[in-house]
Design a protein around this ligand. Structure first.
Ligand code: TYD
Length: 210
């Protein structure tokens, strides 16, 4: 099944990972790779519907466990419809957010039980893990300032959370990095876009195309 290569992009809000992912696309295609990109939550119609419920700023009544289960449901649908077919057909697959976001945001950020989240992730993905995860690390205040400056990006329900929630999310990512240092590579996202793209490109090539 796993002829493809599965790479995920993770990081706190405003780290710039989505922009970097788009910039990598032509560079990886130029290497002759068949590249597919997609994102969570969303990526396919059912999961995009779930995404709009989760991120709707008006849904202030949403319970934390409801939020977690919606992300997990969106993940399952996206896995079946996008991730598995892409890997089966040998694609180089770049996914914006995956299992680590649940651990960082709902686990460390919201304070939900990490073991329960790991179990739900495993259940939703049948245990599929990325071959490589690029973690874009940025100071929380700098990340949020970038979002505020970016007029093209709508402010969603998660962006509106307090600073200390975002601090816990970053701490969660750093804990994951510590625990899974083989799978997860840290990229310093405070640098210029060109430097960050270069670091991400190098990390991918070092791992798969040497
Ligand atoms: P998105 O617009 O994709 O944010 P970004 O461009 O920063 O990636 O919105 C996704 C939001 O959902 C983001 O704040 C992180 C959050 N999220 C979780 O809390 N848990 C999850 O499992 C996932 C996939 C995302």
């Amino acid at each position: 099944m796993t002829q493809g290569i599965f790479i995920t992009f993770e990081g706190p809000d405003g780290a710039g990972k989505t922009t970097v992912l788009q910039e990598l696309l032509p560079r990886l295609t130029a290497l002759g790779k068949q590249v597919t990109t997609t994102r969570e939550p969303g990526g396919v119609a059912i999961a995009e519907d779930i995404r709009s419920v989760i991120l709707n700023p008006q849904n202030t009544a949403m319970d934390d466990k409801t939020e977690l289960l919606l992300y997990i449901a969106a993940r399952r649908q996206h896995l079946k419809e996008r991730i598995l077919p892409a890997l089966e057909s040998g694609q180089l697959l770049l996914v914006d957010r995956f299992i680590d976001s649940s651990v960082a945001y709902q686990g460390f950020g919201r304070g939900l039980d990490i073991e329960a989240i790991e179990w739900l992730n495993q259940y939703a993905t049948d245990g599929l893990k990325p071959d490589l995860t690029l973690y874009f690390d940025i100071d929380v205040e700098e990340g949020l300032a970038r979002i505020a400056r970016n007029a093209d990006r709508d402010i969603d329900r998660l962006d509106m959370e307090a600073l200390d929630m975002h601090e816990r999310v970053r701490a969660g990512y750093l804990a994951l990095l510590d625990k899974e240092s083989e799978r997860i590579v840290k990229i310093d996202a405070s640098k210029t876009l060109e430097e960050v793209v270069e670091a991400a490109f190098t990390a991918i090539c070092d791992r798969f195309f040497k």
